[in-house]
Design a protein around this ligand. Structure first.
Ligand code: F6R
Length: 604
């Protein structure tokens, strides 16, 4: 997820841009760049990888007088992480940076190419700068050209443009992606995607609304609203605490990351869906030639996403699938046959146990694939093929958005394999792709649900244990719900298949045993309901999560009624994450850094 910065003023522009980008590192990125207009000349630097590479490239670049500059950290979506694809993008004499997605970029690009414009990158962003210059040529007026360009863009964006003919002006527009501007008494202007880069520099800030656009000069900040009316900036004081600024007003990173899931899943899907097929440009279809089994191997939350995947692979791709806990697999002399695709799943790409199993599979000559969130991590470098989950940096130790994006990738991959193996009809495939497009909406956190969970969490702070129960793919979700609760509340919780309770654990049932029952309307509803009734009859305290009212429940968390069990899966995922969060907060625990846990477990 990209980050934007901009600066207009007399101070050290290069340093202000680079340190602003550093503050945005937490958003995740794989390349970065800056463009500075000083003394009527543009200087532009880009580098792939970490910001130190950009710092190295700019070490002899001096900015010591009035200048305007823009900078960007890019998380690759359209096109690979290369210097050419990194922002800022150049036209003839203007530069642009952009966050978000220009949905109609292909049409705009086609038109521009017909006019003889040459494109250097594979990005959607580059159309903005060429469209701006085309409009400028026609109107001769920079602001008119900018306003027209903005009106021609469809999608979500926050963008900044600088152009040589106006060396004291930065144009801005925001629609759907965050951006703010800061000012101070020295007539400096600062832009950023979130407020942490502006702390200590700007005196007050204006958070742009969707549809806002305009420009800044030394003496002016001119804002127009979405209807084209001039509007006054709505200034507020800036927080002085960088950490809380990075949390964007949420109490904990984990809470922020739960709320981010809708957006990051949209990123995960980006460019990978057409109406009839799933596209993973990063993998070669031959990877699946002659493969009769998929073996998934991971730890912790990633193991739960692997378990979820096994239901999807067998149901949709009709391929045998087995799932392994990495720390077990590596010491149990497993049989590895060459017609198995070995898939490791890891948020960090560094987990020692999982990495070791990947090495074992490679040594045994198996084809390997990694589903990972961190590009260039050890697993990504080692595996034959890689699919990145695009969740952005996950700071909370308890994993949330990494899990959500892993399951999204697996749902897509099961359909990708289904197409290769002809195991789903064309109509069913189309229907599934249609459902995939609905996950970003299904994962928007509703205020009502959050409020309800906040209130009922006070009843779940004690007891002798929690059972999260579910059937089919809701069983791994139950495991994940229990793991989340254990990690951050330190209460004992287990995930269990609903139908298995009667084979032992039901002996524990009493009012102090809390059962969190996952009851999807579209998958084995009646069967799961009877399992919960058995527990309710034995006086266990039941909290049901479902779209259908359930009269045997002591507490009820209602999710939206949706078309398919997988959409229910994602909604219930949010519910169990929020439940753990709110219980942990009430218990006064450190949600983001729970005791005894580390984000990346690089030891055995
Ligand atoms: C749980 C959690 C851990 C990790 C596990 C594997 O919230 O974060 O269980 O899932 O340590 O880590 P990765 O996915 O980085 O391999």
């Amino acid at each position: 997820m990209c980050g934007i910065v901009g600066y207009l003023g007399n101070k050290n522009t290069k340093e202000i841009l680079l340190s602003g980008l550093k503050e945005l590192e937490y958003r995740g990125y794989d390349s970065a760049g800056i463009a500075v207009l000083q003394d009527g000349e543009f200087s532009n630097y880009k580098a792939v990888g970490k910001l130190v590479n950009l710092e190295e490239k700019t070490k002899n670049f001096i900015t010591d007088k009035f200048a305007i500059g823009i900078g960007h950290t890019r998380w690759a979506t359209h096109g690979k992480p290369t210097e050419l694809n990194a922002h800022p993008h150049l036209g003839e004499s203007s530069y642009v940076v952009h966050n978000g997605i220009i949905e109609n970029y292909a049409e705009l690009k086609q038109e521009l190419q017909k006019d003889g414009i040459k494109f250097l990158s594979q990005t959607d962003t580059e159309v903005i700068v060429h469209q701006f210059e085309k409009n400028l040529l026609a109107s001769g007026d920079e602001f008119e050209a900018f306003s027209k360009t903005i009106s021609e863009l469809e999608g979500a964006y926050a963008t900044l443009i600088v152009t040589k003919s106006l060396p004291d002006t930065i144009f801005f527009a925001k629609h759907g992606s965050p951006m703010l501007v800061g000012v101070n008494d020295e007539n400096e202007k600062f832009f950023a995607s979130s407020d942490s880069p502006l702390i200590g520099l700007a005196k007050e800030v204006n958070y742009f609304e969707d549809g806002d656009y305009g420009y800044v000069t030394k003496g002016e900040l001119v804002i127009f609203d979405k209807d084209g009316n001039k509007s006054k900036p709505n200034f507020s004081q800036l927080s002085t605490d960088k950490l809380s600024a990075q949390k964007d007003g949420y109490r904990f990173f984990m809470e922020k990351e739960i709320y981010e899931q809708s957006d990051v899943i949209a990123d995960t899907l980006l460019g990978r869906l057409s109406d009839e097929e799933i596209m993973f440009d990063e993998i070669d279809k031959n990877l699946f030639n002659g493969i009769n089994e998929i073996k998934l191997c991971a730890c912790g939350t990633s193991y739960h996403s692997a378990l979820s995947a096994s239901y999807l692979f067998e149901r949709y791709s009709k391929i045998r699938c087995s799932v392994e806990i990495a720390s077990e697999f590596r010491y149990r002399s497993p049989i590895m046959s060459k017609d198995t695709l070995f898939v490791v799943i890891s948020q960090s790409g560094e987990t020692a146990d999982t990495l070791e199993t990947l090495k074992m599979a490679k040594k045994a000559g198996l084809r390997t694939l990694v589903i990972c969130n961190v590009d260039n991590s050890s697993m990504v470098r080692l595996a034959d093929a890689c699919i990145l989950t695009r969740a952005g940096i996950e700071k909370g130790v308890a994993s949330t958005k990494a899990f959500a994006t892993q399951v999204t990738v697996f749902w897509m991959l099961s359909l990708y394999v289904a197409k290769l193996r002809n195991s789903l009809s064309r109509d069913e495939l189309k229907h599934q792709i249609h459902l995939l497009r609905e996950i970003p909406v299904a994962t928007i956190v509703s205020d009502d649900m959050h409020e309800r969970i906040k209130r009922l969490s006070k009843r779940y702070l004690h007891g002798h244990g929690f059972f999260f129960i579910g059937r089919d793919i809701f069983f791994p979700l139950a495991l994940e719900g229990a793991l989340k609760l254990k990690e951050i509340s330190y209460l004992h919780a287990e995930g269990y298949p609903s139908g298995e309770m009667k084979h032992g654990p039901i002996a524990l049932a009493d009012p102090e045993l809390f059962t969190i029952a996952l009851l999807p309307e579209h998958l084995l509803y009646e069967k799961s309901k009877s399992n919960v009734e058995e527990l309710s009859a034995r006086d266990s305290t039941i909290c049901a999560i479902s779209s259908k009212e359930f009269d045997k429940a002591d507490d009820f968390i209602k999710i939206n009624s949706s078309k398919d069990y997988m959409l229910e899966f994602f909604e219930m995922m949010i519910a169990v994450q929020l439940l753990s969060l709110e219980i942990s907060i009430r218990l006064g625990n450190d949600v983001d850094m729970p005791r005894n846990l580390a984000k990346s477990v690089t030891v055995e």
